[in-house]
Design a protein around this ligand. Structure first.
Ligand code: DGP
Length: 114
């Protein structure tokens, strides 16, 4: 069994508040939310980071964006706006090395993020 916590969530070995299980991708609530809506969207297959995505795997990133679009609409974020974040590498704040897209909404966001 993988040591990766997100692989373990995919395998239902670690509990998570799953909001969508959609074929190759999964969305669940972040354990440490930074906004009223804070979802993590992941490919079910293990890819450590966005910088590891191969040309063959690139369609999964499109699936993550498509799911983000649907979930943002479901959460009623289209008027207020929302933020999508992928941290790549520990220097950029990545702490879990399984590709994930943060979907954040429900509060204002500053730009630049700092
Ligand atoms: P990042 O810093 O971009 O690698 O984001 C990792 C996020 O994952 C962070 O916001 C906290 C969240 N997280 C870490 N472990 C778990 C977990 O076991 N369950 C859930 N739901 N979220 C987790």
């Amino acid at each position: 069994m993988s040591e990766c916590v997100f692989c373990r969530i995919v395998a239902r070995k670690v509990p998570a508040s799953i909001v969508q299980d959609d074929g190759d991708v999964l969305a669940f609530r972040d354990l440490n939310p930074q906004a009223p809506v804070h979802l993590l969207l992941i490919p079910k297959s293990h890819i450590a980071s966005v910088s590891d995505v191969t040309m063959e795997q690139a369609p999964i990133v499109g699936q993550l964006l498509g799911l983000a679009n649907r979930l943002a609409k479901q959460a009623g974020l289209m008027d207020s706006g929302y933020r999508l974040v992928i941290n790549c590498g520990s220097g950029a704040g990545q702490s879990v090395f399984h590709l994930h897209l943060h979907l954040l909404g429900g509060r204002p966001f500053r730009w630049p993020p700092g």
